[in-house]
Design a protein around this ligand. Structure first.
Ligand code: CAO
Length: 558
């Protein structure tokens, strides 16, 4: 067997002890020069480390979570053609600059190391006062005179902190320069093909809060570049030889803003996939190669294609630009990341799922008395017992009775996946918007334990400490506006679930019983369900059952 070569971390700037966030190869894989081996992430950048040459991976020396520095061994490789003509010893990935060899058949491979700076030192955060600010190339290592290969923004575009502005590509790395703060692009100072170095001005940005340039760009919409929508190339032939569904068109604005590494962007570009439509499953919601593949597969198998691009077949007239400043003073505020994500997901759910909302009421007079008693008992222990803990248990009881409520439609829309576990999402209102952490195994927990968990997740959600994994795996969602008010609402289903329970504020109502009106504490319930999975009768039976369980505390504790 040929000698194995150690492939080590090259000199990629002032990064030390950076964390491995992705291992892109496995023993036995054949790689070409410049194929990406691993992705690492520091607080400044995420970057992919490429292979300096072709060969077969024999052993992977790192795993996700490891901290590595220049010189750390990544893999042991059997170099290609080594047996016939051994190559001279090559110590690190940069010992020889490999010829770019992008592989059409292996598009996941990055052409070179990729750097995606996140908090560049030379590009400090936006100042508090509104002003025009020049954004410059930050210090991203020993790169000089690098060509701009992509300009991802246009004058008039609003950007958030860390939105990518331009992409640079040297023979060692492809990197995206992120926005140092929120604002509106006023002027571009570079174009594709320009060569830039550290401190080269990229563009002029008006920091968030300054209405003037936003107004002026709205006042002259004809000069404002519109987001381009390119028709995507046809996707590959399906297995059964049928003509594949065309992919939805790429919206360049969404594509530019999506959270993905340059290699994944390149991969998506080659396939014509609009990563702006893809939900990332990687760290911090980063879109992974697998997410792109899953997206393409879903489109191909569902035949949704172009119609998905038009909101699931819904063809609507384009919304005209409106110059709001023409009618009075305005202020433009960028939406938070959570607002934007919530908007995207609720919109998709609203147009793709046929929602029906069933309204009902539960008599919680006894339950409330019991809750108050329990709450008083646990007050000293610091546990606040609110209604939602009881709702979690009641919902699980109703899901057991009507198992379709604990299911998901598979991607083909032909099968129902019934779950045997009971993980319930709870909508939490935070200063940045709505988040839905999931409480696991509700069926196996008691009221007090659940009450403690709700307090904990609500607190951590408001402190932005909920991990992405804690928001996954939900079977059903509860959205309680009981602490705020209202009598009913129509909650939007958390997609991949089939129902959501909205709860409004309880109030004393006269209930006619045995020939007289008696005061009872009534809780309004609003259950939205997916009519493809649940029909009206089952929806009504579910709330009926829920209402019975909530009305009878003993039944709830069974
Ligand atoms: N009827 C009457 N009072 C209610 C009630 C109801 N249905 N539900 C809660 N309350 C009371 C609580 O008992 C508490 O009273 P005290 O302050 O006197 O103890 C008060 O309202 C506040 O409760 P809370 O909201 O802090 O606690 P909770 O456990 O009921 O809810 C949580 C926790 C995280 C669900 C809630 O704080 C929250 O964020 N709700 C918003 C969810 C949301 O945004 N949904 C909309 C989604 S669609 O945009």
């Amino acid at each position: 067997m040929a000698d194995l070569k150690e492939i080590t971390v090259p000199d990629i700037g002032d990064f030390d002890a950076v964390e491995v966030i992705e291992v892109l190869i496995a023993p036995g894989d054949s790689v070409n020069a410049e194929d990406s081996l691993i992705t690492v992430e520091s607080d400044k950048a995420s970057m992919e480390i490429p292979s300096p040459e072709s060969g077969v991976i024999r052993e992977v020396k790192v795993k996700v979570g490891d901290k590595i520095s220049q010189g750390s061994v990544i893999v042991l490789m059997e170099p290609a053609g080594n047996a016939a003509a051994p190559q001279p010893e090559q110590k690190t990935a940069t010992a020889k600059t490999p010829e770019p060899a992008p592989q059409k058949t292996k598009p996941e491979a990055a052409p070179s190391a990729t750097v995606e700076p996140k908090k560049p030192e030379a590009a400090p955060s936006a100042p508090a006062a509104s002003e025009d600010k020049q954004v410059r190339v930050p210090d991203i290592g020993d790169f000089d005179s690098i060509p701009v290969i992509e300009v991802l923004v246009s004058p008039g575009d609003k950007v958030s902190p860390e939105d990518p502005l331009i992409t640079l590509e040297s023979d060692k790395a492809t990197m995206e320069i992120p926005s140092p703060g929120a604002g509106t692009i006023k002027e571009l100072l570079v174009k594709v093909g320009d060569k830039v170095s550290k401190e080269t001005p990229i563009l002029v940005m008006t920091t968030a809060g300054a209405p003037a340039p936003i107004q002026s760009s709205q006042a002259a919409p004809e000069t404002r570049p519109q987001p381009e929508s390119k028709p995507a190339p046809s996707a590959t032939q399906t297995d059964d030889g049928q003509r594949p569904a065309p992919l939805p068109p790429v919206n360049e604005t969404g594509f530019g803003k999506a959270h993905a590494s340059p290699a994944v962007r390149k991969f998506a570009r080659e396939l014509g996939a609009d990563i702006g439509r893809i939900q990332g499953t990687g760290p911090k919601g980063r879109i992974q190669k697998e997410d792109v593949q899953a997206y393409i597969k879903r489109i191909l198998t569902s035949g949704a294609g172009a119609s998905a691009g038009a909101a699931g077949g819904l063809q609507v007239a384009e919304l005209p630009e409106v110059d709001f400043a023409a009618f009075g003073d305005i202020e433009t505020q960028p939406l938070s990341k959570i607002n934007k994500l919530t908007g995207k997901y609720t919109h998709r759910s609203w147009v793709q799922i046929p929602h029906v909302t069933q309204f009902d009421e539960a008599d919680i007079t006894e339950l409330e008395a019991f809750r108050k008693q329990l709450s008083a008992e646990y007050k000293d222990k610091g546990v606040k017992i609110t209604l939602i803990a009881f709702l979690l248990k009641a919902v699980v009881a109703a899901m057991r009775e009507y198992p379709r409520f604990n299911s998901s439609l598979d991607s083909s829309g032909e099968n129902l996946i019934l779950k045997k576990y009971f993980h319930i999402g709870v909508a939490v209102d935070t200063p940045d918007g709505l988040v839905v952490p999931v409480i696991r195994d509700v069926d196996q927990k008691g009221i007090v334990e659940l009450a403690g968990e709700i307090v904990d997740i609500a607190k951590r959600a408001r402190e932005k400490k909920i991990k992405p994994s804690e928001m996954q795996g939900g079977c059903f969602t509860i959205s309680s506006l009981g602490g705020v008010g209202g009598t009913a609402f129509t909650p939007i289903i958390n997609q991949r679930e089939v129902a959501i329970l909205g709860v409004s504020r309880s109030s004393m109502k006269p209930v006619y019983e045995d020939g007289q009106f008696i005061p009872r504490l009534m809780l309004p319930l609003s259950l939205s369900y997916d009519h493809r999975v649940i029909d009206g009768v089952m929806g009504a039976r579910f709330t009926n059952y829920l209402s019975q369980v909530l009305s009878d505390v003993k039944r709830l504790l069974l």
